[in-house]
Design a protein around this ligand. Structure first.
Ligand SMILES: O=C(O)CCC(=O)C(=O)O
Ligand SMILES: [Fe+2]
Length: 284
């Protein structure tokens, strides 16, 4: 496992451009290989979030105008004319205790650019009734909560690029991570961290968790992903470097679809742990 994911230079997944081969490779009749439709040998990704405690992909999408604004600002400010695929930005939330200086924007993370503050306001509105209250309060601290350092990381992926499976750094980031997908969808894989796979079935906070230790989930363009608890600490997440994703059809009755990746931007918000919030310090 690569624990450095998302920190410093991104660990890019290699370009495993469509390895075209028939799914049923047991067939020894060579002619029939050419009769089969060409289907990449990728697992078929699901569209419904798997039963990993603390993982949420609510059935709600960013409005296209907000996506346009964020994507064009990110490109203009951080990527155009530069050989970069990642930028890290920092803000500090205010507690709201000082009504004179702590306005709504500052409470989201003073220092972050305005378009990311707009994104955070939007996320706080749409997530309010769609995730458990305790998690909502972790992501959007209530009035009077102590100030915290918030990191926004923007990743740019060209088709064929991904990110190596990783757990976001344990000694740098706290619980409660929000990510949005812009301009393109992609498959995100989740793999259970080996050390905690102690038995076939595991209980987590009273929930019975299935024994499946890998899931491939399709994150559509403009979707919102939340990682917390087991999903943040007990599972790696990664994006296979591919130009196409094989995804179950929306009604599950039809054949899976092969979806071409576009150039994807993601914005991920995380809390820096106390002591890890020295801006500009070297990443471990
Ligand atoms: O691009 C994404 O959605 C994931 C990014 C990520 O996992 C990270 O930066 O740690
Ligand atoms: Fe990550």
């Amino acid at each position: 496992m690569d624990e450095d994911g998302g920190i410093g230079d991104r660990q890019l997944e290699g370009d495993d451009t469509m390895s075209l081969s028939p799914v049923d490779s047991n067939d020894s009749d060579v002619d029939s290989l050419f009769d089969e439709p060409c289907i990449p040998a990728h697992p078929i990704a699901i569209r419904t979030p798997p039963p990993i405690p603390g993982l949420f992909v609510p059935p709600v999408f960013l409005p296209p105008e907000l996506e346009d604004e964020i994507a064009s600002e990110c490109k203009r400010l951080y990527f155009e004319g530069r050989n970069a695929n990642q930028v890290m930005l920092f803000g500090r939330t205010t507690s709201g205790a000082d009504r004179d200086t702590d306005d709504r924007d500052a409470r989201m993370g003073k220092g972050l650019p305005p378009f990311l503050i707009s994104l955070l306001h939007h996320l706080s509105d749409v997530l309010r009734r769609r995730i458990p209250d305790t998690l909502y309060d972790v992501l959007f601290p209530p009035w009077g909560a102590p100030p915290r350092a918030r990191q926004a990381i923007v990743n740019l992926y060209h088709p064929g690029e991904g990110i190596t499976p990783h757990v976001d750094l344990l000694n740098r980031f706290d619980d409660g991570i929000i990510g949005v997908s812009l301009r393109s969808g992609c498959v995100m894989t989740f793999e259970r961290v080996a050390e905690i796979l102690t038995c076939q079935q595991e209980r987590y906070n009273g929930d019975v968790v299935g024994s499946q230790s890998r899931w491939d989930l399709y994150l559509p363009e403009r979707s919102i992903l939340i990682l917390s608890k087991d999903a943040r600490y007990g599972w790696t997440h990664g994006i296979p470097g591919r130009t196409h994703d094989l995804v179950e059809s929306e009604d599950k009755e039809q054949e899976p679809h092969l979806i071409r990746r576009g150039t994807r931007l993601s914005v991920t918000f995380r809390w820096l742990l106390p002591g890890a919030d020295i801006v500009g310090g070297p990443d471990p």
